[in-house]
Design a protein around this ligand. Structure first.
Ligand SMILES: O=C(O)CCC(=O)C(=O)O
Ligand SMILES: [Fe+2]
Length: 354
C-alpha cells in the first residue's frame, strides 16, 4: 500500500508468516509476527497468513479433491445429508439455499460445526454434523479441523501480544476461546450466469473471531471492501453496486500458495471497541470453471463466552486520540449472538452460518 496526499492506494493485503511465532525459540521473530498482526488488523482486518511451515500445501488440495467428488455427485446423493434432515444448519446446503442480505447466494456447501454433547436436532445449531460417506472424506477433514483449531489458538495468542496484553490478560481471554464453537464450510461455486447480477456470496462480515480461508487458485472471486480513503488500483469483476454500503473500493484477495486468507470477525470489533476492523467481503465468480472449492474455517469463541472490550484495547485508545472508540460496544454472549445471526440466512427454514 502506498500513501500519497491522504489517499491510500490499496494494491495488496499484507502477508504474515506464522512460522516465527510457532518457533518458540525465536523471541524477536515472535514479536515481529505479533506486531504485523496488530498492524494488519488496525489497517485492513484482512491479511494472508503464510502457514506453509505448519501444513503441507498438498493437504488442502486433497481436501478440495474430495469436495469436488462430493459436489459432482447426483443431487439426490448430496441431498442425503441435506441440512433439513438435522437442525437446518448442519449438513448440505443446496445451490442458492444460502441467503445473504436477502438474496440467494450462488453456491452450494457442506456446513459443519463443533459437535455438541447432547445433540437435539429440534434446537437451532444443536443437531449432529452430517458427513459425506466418500472414503477418507471425514478422516481427512477432521485432521484439518484439528490443525485449524491449533492455528486459531496460536494466532489468538500472537494477537494478544500484538495488542499489548499482559500474560495474565491473555490467560483470561484464553478461557473464552479454548473450546471454540468452530464452524467449517466446504463451498462449491458454479460460475454466475453472465446475465445475472447476483452474487456467489453477498457482502458480509464474519461473525466471530478469526476466519482461515483456503481456496483453489481461481482468481477474481473473493473481494474485500476497503472504505474511503482507499482507492483501488484495479476494479475487479465489473461488480454490481450494492446498496447500503458506504463508499470505498473492492479489491481482489486472490489465493496465494502456502497461505490462507485470514480475516477477523465481529467479536474482535467488540474486544477492541472498533480498533480492529471486521471487514466486508463477498464472492463474485464469473469465470468459466466451477470454482471449487473454498474451505473457510471459522475459529470462534466458546459458545458461552462473554465478549466485552479488553483493557489492553482501552489503554491503546486512551493513549491515542485518533483511536478513540467510534461507538459503544456492549458485552455479548457469543452463542446468543450467533443464534440471532443464523436465523435470517436461509432461503427456507432456519439456521446457517455465514
Ligand atoms: O469462499 C470465499 O472465498 C469466502 C466465503 C466467505 O466469506 C464465508 O463463507 O464467510
Ligand atoms: Fe465470510
Amino acid at each position: 500500500m502506498a500513501e500519497t496526499t491522504g489517499i491510500k492506494v490499496a494494491s495488496n493485503l499484507p502477508i504474515i508468516s506464522i512460522a516465527p511465532w510457532l518457533n518458540g525459540a525465536d523471541a524477536p521473530g515472535r514479536l515481529s509476527t505479533a506486531a504485523a498482526l496488530h498492524a494488519a488488523c488496525l489497517e485492513f482486518g484482512f491479511f494472508y497468513l503464510d502457514i506453509s511451515s505448519f501444513v503441507d500445501p498438498e493437504e488442502p488440495e486433497e481436501l478440495a479433491k474430495l469436495a469436488r467428488e462430493f459436489f459432482s455427485l447426483p443431487q439426490e446423493e448430496k441431498d442425503k445429508i441435506w441440512l433439513g434432515h438435522q437442525d437446518h444448519a448442519r449438513g448440505y446446503a443446496r445451490l442458492k439455499e444460502n441467503v445473504t442480505n436477502g438474496k440467494a447466494d450462488n453456491h452450494e456447501a457442506i456446513d459443519l460445526y463443533r459437535p455438541v454433547e447432547q445433540p437435539d436436532k429440534t434446537k437451532p445449531l444443536w443437531g449432529e454434523n452430517q458427513w459425506p460417506t466418500l472414503p477418507q472424506f471425514r478422516e481427512k477433514y477432521e485432521v484439518w479441523i484439528h490443525k485449524m483449531k491449533v492455528l486459531g489458538m496460536a494466532v489468538m495468542e500472537a494477537m494478544s501480544v500484538g495488542l499489548g496484553m499482559r500474560p495474565d490478560e491473555w490467560d483470561q481471554l484464553r478461557t473464552q476461546v479454548d473450546d471454540s464453537f468452530w464452524v467449517m464450510r466446504i463451498i462449491g461455486y458454479p460460475p454466475l450466469p453472465n446475465d445475472e447480477d447476483g452474487f456467489s456470496c453477498g457482502a458480509h462480515k464474519d461473525y466471530g473471531c478469526l476466519t482461515f480461508l483456503w481456496a483453489d487458485p481461481t482468481r477474481n472471486a473473493l473481494q474485500v471492501f476497503l472504505p474511503e480513503p482507499f482507492v483501488a488500483v484495479e476494479n475487479p469483476g465489473h461488480a454490481p453496486v450494492e446498496e447500503g454500503i458506504e463508499r470505498g473500493a473492492w479489491i481482489s484477495a486472490d489465493p496465494i500458495s502456502g497461505c490462507v486468507v485470514c480475516n477477523i470477525g465481529e467479536m474482535w470489533e467488540i474486544w477492541t471497541q472498533g480498533l480492529y476492523k471486521s471487514t466486508l467481503h463477498r464472492v463474485i465468480h464469473r469465470g468459466s470453471n466451477y470454482r471449487f472449492v473454498s474451505i473457510p474455517f471459522f475459529f470462534e469463541p466458546n459458545f458461552n463466552a462473554v465478549v466485552a472490550p479488553l483493557p489492553a484495547a482501552k489503554r491503546l485508545q486512551q493513549d491515542d486520540s485518533q483511536k478513540k472508540p467510534a461507538g459503544t460496544y456492549s458485552p455479548t454472549v457469543y452463542g446468543d449472538f450467533l443464534l440471532k445471526k443464523v436465523g435470517g440466512n436461509f432461503a427456507q427454514g432456519k439456521g446457517k452460518y455465514d
